[in-house]
Design a protein around this ligand. Structure first.
Ligand SMILES: NC(=O)c1ccc[n+]([C@@H]2O[C@H](COP(=O)([O-])OP(=O)(O)OC[C@H]3O[C@@H](n4cnc5c(N)ncnc54)[C@H](O)[C@@H]3O)[C@@H](O)[C@H]2O)c1
Length: 314
């Protein structure tokens, strides 16, 4: 089996590439990345071939055509939800995805790609796959546009399975390169480890569906074996507040510290997200299992052992 992970130097992509390497030693695993945001350190233990290039460049797409992949796990994207440059966002996320699908069609590879819970914006939770598609920013819009490209592609090419995974708020090891786009679990843990007060938008009661990165990896692998087309949510089905997150981090670290609340500067902020898991169960036969009570302590332990918190800007 020859498989490609695009965005493999990134957070979710590197966890996926390393897990595939561990679980399927007979597979040939390739990573593609332009290293615009991902970091080489995420791939130090990866033994497969690394292809360097941007999915927006015709020569990269030309190169990919020659490999004859059996599956493409497409994670590469402009992940900056605050980026207002609409053309750049659409080119990296949506336009390049059409080229990835063309490569897959030629090779008859199945495609598992990263969509996002950002497609739902501030619509009524729980977020259902075919309802409330009102993204608040161009990032969310670009992911919705990708899902629509995928639906059309599958209609025209029913023998090429294409599965979209709408990840909700992902947290876990190997996201330290992400700066302000890293999960709040990382940012708050680093603040507390530095002896600062954890900082939240007033009053910390906004709720998100926090999903552990290894559950996202599992969703990709289940998606590969399901060989079915569609779009599914990848969340736990349970919204949790930022205040709850801080409490679990403090308990894990054995620290007592007051939270500092400040005004939210964004007018396109998602205040409450919670995934409906109907299609997830139907298509994957499974859904993410790790609640923050288990995921956060495991991640905080990893941060303490692997991250030089003084180098991070939070
Ligand atoms: N982390 C989350 O909470 C979350 C939530 C919803 C969706 N997603 C999606 O999951 C995917 C992975 O996100 P992540 O959190 O791992 O982010 P990340 O920034 O760590 O990973 C993205 C990777 O793609 C690479 N990349 C960017 N532009 C590229 C290009 N033009 N060509 C080749 N490589 C390129 C980056 O260098 C990086 O390694 C993305 O598609 C993102 O939109 C993530």
């Amino acid at each position: 089996m020859r498989v490609l992970v695009t965005g493999g130097a990134g957070f979710i992509g590197s966890n996926l590439a390393l897990e595939l390497q561990k679980r399927f030693p007979d597979w040939e695993i390739f990573v593609l990345d332009d290293f615009s945001s991902g970091h080489f350190k995420n791939l130090i233990d990866f033994e497969g071939e690394i292809i360097t290039g941007s999915i927006t460049e015709p020569e990269t797409i030309e190169k990919l055509r020659k490999y004859g992949f059996n599956a493409i796990f497409h994670q590469a994207a402009n992940v900056d939800t605050t980026d207002m440059n609409q053309r750049r966002m659409m080119e990296v996320n949506c336009e390049a995805f059409k080229d990835i699908l063309r490569v897959a069609k030629e090779a008859r590879a199945n495609v598992i790609y990263a969509s996002s819970g950002a497609v739902y914006g501030n619509t009524k939770p729980p977020m259902k796959v075919n309802e409330g598609l009102k993204p608040e920013n161009v990032y969310g819009f670009s992911k919705l546009a990708m899902d629509r490209v995928a639906y059309r592609f599958v209609k025209e090419n029913p023998t090429v399975p294409v599965l979209g995974l709408r990840y909700f708020n992902v947290y876990g090891p190997r996201e330290t390169h992400k700066g302000k786009m890293a999960s709040m679990v990382l940012q708050l843990t680093v603040q507390i480890l530095k002896g600062k007060r954890p900082r939240l938008f007033k009053w910390g009661e906004q709720k998100r569906d926090f999903v552990y990165v290894m559950d996202c990896v599992e969703a990709n692998i289940r998606g590969f074996f399901a060989e079915k087309s569609g779009v599914v949510n990848v969340g736990t089905g349970r919204a949790r507040s930022f205040n709850e997150v801080v409490e679990i981090i403090k308990k894990t670290l054995g620290v007592e510290v007051e939270t500092e609340y400040f005004d939210n500067p964004y007018d396109f902020y998602q205040n409450y997200t919670e995934a409906d898991l109907t299609e997830t169960k139907e298509i994957l036969g499974w859904y993410p299992q790790t609640q923050i009570e288990e995921g956060i302590p495991a991640y905080v332990k990893w941060i303490k052992e692997n991250v030089n918190v003084n180098k991070l800007p939070y």
